[in-house]
Design a protein around this ligand. Sequence first.
Ligand code: CTP
Ligand code: CA
Length: 223
Amino acid sequence: IEAKLAVGPLKGKRILVTSGPTHEPIDPVRYIANRSSGAQGTAIAAALVHLGADVVFVTGPADIAPPAGVEVVKVQSAREMMAAVQRVLPVDAAVFAAAVADWHVENARASKMKKTKDGMPDLKFAENPDILATVCASVKRPRLVVGFAAETDDVVANATAKRLRKGCDWILANDVSPETGIMGGSENAVSFVTEEGAQAWPRMSKTEVAKKLAGLIAQTLNS
Ligand code: CTP
Ligand code: CA
């Protein structure tokens, strides 16, 4: 159990962390999900708590337990995560580590679909709200906003464009191609993308990535 420092560099700072996948319902018993384990978001929340921050942890359905010492808000869908995040603002900083589903099923059913009666499902998709972009454009924009960019191709170029499009301060970009083992693994290889450009961090444990990021957040909020 990570103990909270009595006096840490983030003492008195309220920080939001989103984490985990989202589940988008198809009917009462089925959903669409993704491979996020929530490991990186959980490690970041723990590292921030360790530096003394008051962390609000908004998480989709993940198998790993939320870190000790955070305020946990559990959600299922992207739209629920959006609403939960809006209730948490204002904060001093926000880290968007969740793997938010890009689409939900617009014609989700109130009753279980039956193969005999309904045949092949005819799912219609609609886009989910972009939580990170919405928060960045809001009057309650936190002083420091950090996003992630999960990519399989052109990692730095895509992340650089994403940072500008969404209006966040920093992006941790990672290559989530299956052969990297990052999705669901204990390590991460990120490029740290800021206004100044991209910096490739060496491959390290998700815990080490979290500590490094928490240190940078503390530095920035105290400057
Ligand atoms: N994000 C979010 N809300 C969404 C989609 C993404 O808050 N509806 C956040 C993620 O938590 C992450 C960042 O935006 O911090 C980038 O997510 P990513 O999926 O890489 O970007 P998208 O804009 O969805 O682009 P694409 O998936 O098409 O690459
Ligand atoms: Ca996406």
